[in-house]
Design a protein around this ligand. Sequence first.
Ligand code: PSV
Ligand code: MN
Ligand code: MN
Length: 396
Amino acid sequence: MAQVSPSVHKALKHQRIETPSWGYGNSGTRFKTFAAPGAARNVWEKLEDAALIHRLSGIAPSVALHIPWDWVEDWEQLNAYAQEQGIQIGAINPNLFQDEEYRLGSIAHPDPKVRSKAIRHILECIEIMQVTGSRDLSLWFADGTNYAGQDDLRSRKQRVREGLEQVYAALPEGKRMLLEYKFFEPAFYFTDVFDWGAALLYCQALGEKAQVLVDLGHHAQATNIEAIVAFLLDEGKLGGFHFNARRYADDDLIVGSTHPFELFCIYTELVAAEHSSDPRAAHTARNVAYMIDQSHNIEPKLEAMLQSVLNCQEAYAKALLVDYPALRQAQQHGDVLEAHRILLEAFKTDVRPLLAEVREEMGVPPDPIRALRQGEYLSQRIQRRGTPSGASGYPT
Ligand code: PSV
Ligand code: MN
Ligand code: MN
């Protein structure tokens, strides 16, 4: 591999990927949740696992929480515990789909009492963010309808807008609200925030603190996600990612395992924007929250999470190797295949030696997966935690 510039090393050391608390406990599909030996049984153990992934990778210093799955009485204590473990609490995700009252939705529900309940829960999450120091409130709504005629679509749109306005008004300075879209499921006819365009409309109407969150699993087959990323960056509205991989629906598989070229192309948009002369795109790219949203059922959870973080690292490393000036030149000359080849050149580079070097410079194992497999981490957890049965906090 040709000499790599020190700026690539520097960028790789600054990369950050947040892991989700719900990826560490037992969770699964609606058919069966397989109990994983040594899986985390509560939020304290989830933080312990997230901290291990950070120690092994060096680039996963925060963990997202899901409320009330991760509910504790004393948030100061949880925050202090995270810090002791060497990590931080990241995005706070309200749960707006598990209560009986949410059968017809949360903030889009036809009954104002249910809408108020949902808003109260989100406001409670904002209070938690104040204690944990979290910057991002991550909103995903399961709201939608199953049949044409079930509810009035324009009224639902107005209810969502009204609810989001109330939340936005309660967001303190320096906090952001990330709005996630999803094209279907659990509703099958209509989902209230169904695509990036709908999410963008809401966020544009709300203001600067509202940004769109792109979950890779939430698109129809063959959607060009990197184009969505480019558009949102250009509009200053890309707030974050939920990384995972899909083949059919919202599969939540290990990111990069199904479409590694797509992940690479997404990262090239981000790298290009970070270095662009457009201050808005550059600022937006630098503030993107990179998060994983996966729950593993048959895979060993720690290894799956670590692999996910490393796959993002690999994609980012390759994106950093793209010769962007040459790419722009080829684009301007209309040299279709040279432009494509420049991307492929970086994509096909074996970045494993580079990453091993960077890891050594960072003081983390050069081969984190091997370190995990050879270490006592899992056997110690199995000894202490046993094999907790049943799901702990994920829609199944
Ligand atoms: C459900 O689709 C989902 O995977 C969303 O992506 C949320 O971000 C996540 O669950 C946690 O609520
Ligand atoms: Mn998600
Ligand atoms: Mn999802």
